[in-house]
Design a protein around this ligand. Structure first.
Ligand code: ZN
Length: 102
């Protein structure tokens, strides 16, 4: 008899009310379009974990790069996840504009 192990991971977001459940066996992080972070794609945290998820605004000039912006049009370079035992950073890598300048 084959017993399928179906792990269940519950996810919450400290910035909005969205919750989700995943059933992946491999380590993973659930992302969602967060209303609390003005629509940014933000990582969720495992239910029961204390963590802070914050957008990091981009300080330098954006120029012609296509960058992630939040719902107010502010360029955001990363989302920081700060936990009691460390922190993670989800970085939005800018895409250089392809093509000629003329
Ligand atoms: Zn959220």
């Amino acid at each position: 008899m084959l017993v399928m192990l179906r792990p269940e991971q519950r996810w919450v977001c400290p910035n909005c009310t969205f919750t989700d459940v995943t059933h992946e066996a491999e380590p993973h992080t659930r992302f969602h379009a967060c209303r609390g972070l003005k629509g940014l794609t933000a990582p969720m945290i495992p239910a029961g974990t204390r963590a802070k998820v914050e957008a990091v605004e981009r300080g330098d000039y954006v120029g012609r790069e296509h960058v992630q912006v939040d719902g107010d049009g502010r360029p955001v370079m990363a989302v920081n996840v700060t936990r009691d035992d460390g922190n993670d950073v989800a970085v939005y890598a800018p895409l250089a504009a392809a093509g000629r300048e003329d």
